[in-house]
Design a binder for this molecule. Structure first.
Ligand SMILES: Nc1ncnc2c1ncn2[C@@H]1O[C@H](COP(=O)(O)OP(=O)(O)OP(=O)(O)O)[C@@H](O)[C@H]1O
Length: 384
């Protein structure tokens, strides 16, 4: 058990609701499904569990955190390293897609880290080659669990990790997300499939309010042709210090036709027409990993930014200064709406107002209404 975690030193003085409710369950050793709003502090809850069980004297992988994207992995690694009590020898390795796996391989063989934060593909590559084993693993966390189980690319590796590379009887398993659709069914599957032990607990914080209540949702209607101009007028009116503009993925048809991606078109438009003082940056799948990292670093350092992003930035990414979210394209599902909206309102004890604004075409009204019903929020019409 590691004592002297540097909580107060890094600004964590009062526990959030999810931390208050989950920590007694986690510390009792029970498997747990952590189900709480975006920005509610689930990361710290599972990291505190990890630091409470690992033995710094032991040289073995004792905790594994699996995340869906490199960006989320880098963020979790940073918080895990910040929490580590200084004189102790606790190492946290980030084993993420786009990383230097060859270097990690030598490191893993020479001196196994105490905690690994991994994306599933990179992790399985190492496990399949027997580079390291999970026999000393005490805690396994799957973050954004619903996303991982929904992704056809990740699900078979995830199942292997949960049942073949390790057994639920020899570890404490924690699943975390702000959205677990059909959670009763999921709980049943966890037990049936032996992803968790039978006495797994579902910690569901604030079930009647899936999104933070201080988010203000708004919409503007315009034709497809007017969308760039509408967004520009909106930005000029809001003058956000820090905001994220979500843009849909480019369709295969548009790619084949050789068109520029909608993100690029939008960035080019804003750079020439928007006079706000913020940096305008891009984050999307097509970029190489170094450029993606550079964008996020710039965003974090600058404090004043407009980030144009695809859904890659919608899950888990923590940019607490973000006060405005713009859905330039409506997300495909209500769950995607919840996670995009959740990139703002991420200061647990603040009552600063945060805005989620949807630019929709007349025929999309009913889609937005469906999201409103499903996620129980009210979207006000905005007239510029
Ligand atoms: N006890 C606390 N006191 C102050 N700030 C906190 C506390 N716990 C967490 N935070 C901060 O709240 C923010 C959101 O936390 P975190 O990233 O863990 O959210 P989350 O619940 O994982 O959200 P998501 O579902 O979107 O991934 C972070 O900036 C984190 O530093």
């Amino acid at each position: 058990m590691v004592s002297c975690i540097r909580l107060e030193e890094i600004g964590f003085v009062v526990p959030t609701d999810v931390q208050r409710q989950a920590l007694p369950v986690l510390f009792s050793g029970r498997d747990c499904i952590l189900h709480a709003q975006t920005g509610s502090g689930k990361t710290l809850a599972y990291l505190l569990l990890i630091y409470s069980v690992i033995n710094p004297q032991r040289s073995a992988v004792q905790a594994l955190i699996v995340v869906p994207t490199r960006e989320l992995g880098m963020q979790v690694t940073k918080v895990a390293r910040m929490l580590a009590p200084k004189p102790m020898d606790i190492t946290v390795m980030a084993l993420l897609d786009g990383g230097m796996l060859r270097r990690h391989k030598s490191w893993l063989k020479a001196e196994p880290p105490t905690i690994i934060v991994a994306t599933i593909a990179s992790l399985c590559q190492m496990l399949e080659k027997h580079i390291f084993k999970l026999e000393a693993m005490q805690v396994l966390v799957i973050d954004e669990v619903d996303f991982m189980f929904n992704s056809s690319k990740q699900v078979s590796s995830l199942r292997k990790l949960l049942t073949i590379y390790s057994s639920c009887n020899n570890r404490q398993t924690v699943f975390a997300s702000a959205s677990i659709p059909q959670h009763r069914r999921f709980l049943h599957d966890c037990i049936q499939q032996k992803w968790t032990k039978n006495d797994v607990i579902h910690v569901h914080v604030n079930p009647i309010e899936p999104m933070p209540s201080r988010l203000q949702h708004r919409f503007l209607t315009c034709s497809k042709k007017q969308r760039h101009q509408t967004l520009l007028s909106l930005l000029q009116t809001d003058a956000p210090k820090s905001g994220i503009i979500f843009v849909g993925e480019q369709s295969e048809k548009s790619k084949k036709a050789g068109n520029a991606p909608p993100t690029t078109l939008l960035i080019d438009f804003l750079k020439t027409s928007y006079g706000g003082c913020s940096d305008i940056l891009l984050l999307e799948e097509g970029m190489n990993f170094n450029l993606r990292a550079a964008s996020l670093t710039e965003v974090k350092q600058g404090g004043s930014y407009i980030l144009v992003a695809t859904d890659i930035a919608a899950r888990g990414v923590d940019l607490p200064e973000t006060t405005h979210i713009y859905n330039f394209d409506l997300p495909r599902t209500a769950i995607d709406y919840l996670h995009r909206a959740g990139r703002t309102g991420r200061k647990p004890f603040s009552d600063e107002e945060c805005y989620v604004t949807n630019i929709i075409m007349p025929e999309e009204h009913f889609v937005l209404q469906r999201y409103e019903n499903e996620l129980m929020f009210k979207c006000e019409e905005l007239i510029l």
